[in-house]
Design a protein around this ligand. Sequence first.
Ligand SMILES: N[C@@H](CCC(=O)N[C@@H](CS)C(=O)NCC(=O)O)C(=O)O
Length: 244
Amino acid sequence: MSGAWFSSSGNASWHSLRSAVGARSKTAMAAGDKPIQLYSLATPNGQKIGIFLEEAQIPYEAHLIDIGKGDQFKPEFVKINPNSKIPAIVDPNGADGKEVRVFESGAILIYLAEKYNSPLLPKDPAKKAETLGWLFWQVGGLGPMLGQVGHFFRFAKEDVPYAKERYLTEAKRLLTVLDKGLEGKEYLTGEYSIADISSVTWVKGLSYYDKSVLNLDDYPNAKAWVERIFARPQVQKGVTVCAK
Ligand SMILES: N[C@@H](CCC(=O)N[C@@H](CS)C(=O)NCC(=O)O)C(=O)O
């Protein structure tokens, strides 16, 4: 896994930085647009929101939060996300015209999909439940477990075999669940949705691990699914939003 996600090479404060791509200024948008203010970094969690905004063609302004420099702890950002993590959004024009602040990537995907009536969150109750099941599975399981694998295999100051074994075993189990879930299907619930967007950045990130630790080739359905989704121009653009 790359240390770049956590590096501290940025050189400007969060509120003065903008992504190199995506909508950059409210003035560039047509009158009546309701722009979304995105505070993020191009990590697997941050990239989900960039992908969704591009897929749904929502006007947005991207602000880089350099977590390597501690931008997430600045009072301006903590007002948006009390948990001091990217991604977060501000919708200056929420329901009844009031500003809405949303943190946690899953909550942001649901908020945006509902606000913009996106088919990426199905309306049918059964399909919606299945989509949210996979979404919460990623936020509560796949992401944290892969994050711990990254930590103990790449960043921990001491070798902790018990932790490595524990998190790697669970990460592999979850990847097997994903691979089985994709058997005979193009997307997790049959149709492309926020369930796919939520997990695909993490699974794409397996390429950052040593193949002796985690190898995408061991999960052929997941590998084909990553390639299918990353063939989409919206995804290719979305993952670069808030890149350093
Ligand atoms: N459950 C959160 C996780 C967010 C998260 O862990 N973000 C990381 C970057 S991928 C972060 O901001 N880390 C900074 C820190 O921990 O100080 C979500 O899905 O939004």
